[in-house]
Design a protein around this ligand. Structure first.
Ligand code: SF4
Ligand code: SF4
Length: 132
């Protein structure tokens, strides 16, 4: 499986201090040969390591909108904080519609996406349990 994580490391800035390891909620970080690296399968892109790195060695990678053309189906998962950026917003749906207009194929608010994942996990556990 290929992962596309937003959180990246600037190797030049990393001193291997291990501060990010102590704060990562999923224990996704290791330090090897004096540099941090992220275990892709464990990272949930929460951004905590960006916030706690004293050397600004972690950063969030961003793409331009033209990157949407590289994929056949693009899903936007706007965080609740996005809606707070628009003081004149009368209905959150305006933001969701705007993302579709920009080129996304589907849009789910993060809490809704979390619900779907939770349901899928419950179904998976039930199915796995039935098979054992
Ligand atoms: S906190 Fe920053 S400098 Fe320290 S190991 Fe992590 S990425 Fe490197
Ligand atoms: S983004 Fe979050 S989960 Fe991923 S390595 Fe950093 S602290 Fe850990």
């Amino acid at each position: 499986m290929r992962y596309f994580h937003a959180v990246r490391l600037d190797q030049e800035r990393c001193t291997g201090c291990t501060n990010c390891i102590k704060h990562c909620p999923t224990e996704a970080i290791r330090v090897q040969s004096g540099k941090a690296y992220i275990i892709e399968e464990r990272c949930v892109d929460c951004g905590v390591c960006i916030r706690v790195c004293p050397n600004h060695a972690k950063f969030a990678h961003t793409d331009s909108l033209s990157a949407l053309e590289n994929y056949t189906y693009n899903v936007a998962l706007p965080a609740p904080a996005l809606f707070g950026q628009f003081s004149e917003l009368s209905d959150p749906k305006q933001v969701l519609d705007a993302l579709i207009t920009l080129g996304f194929d589907a849009v789910f608010e993060v809490p809704r996406a979390a619900d779907l994942i939770s349901q899928a996990m419950r179904d998976f556990i039930k199915t796995a349990g039935a098979g054992s």
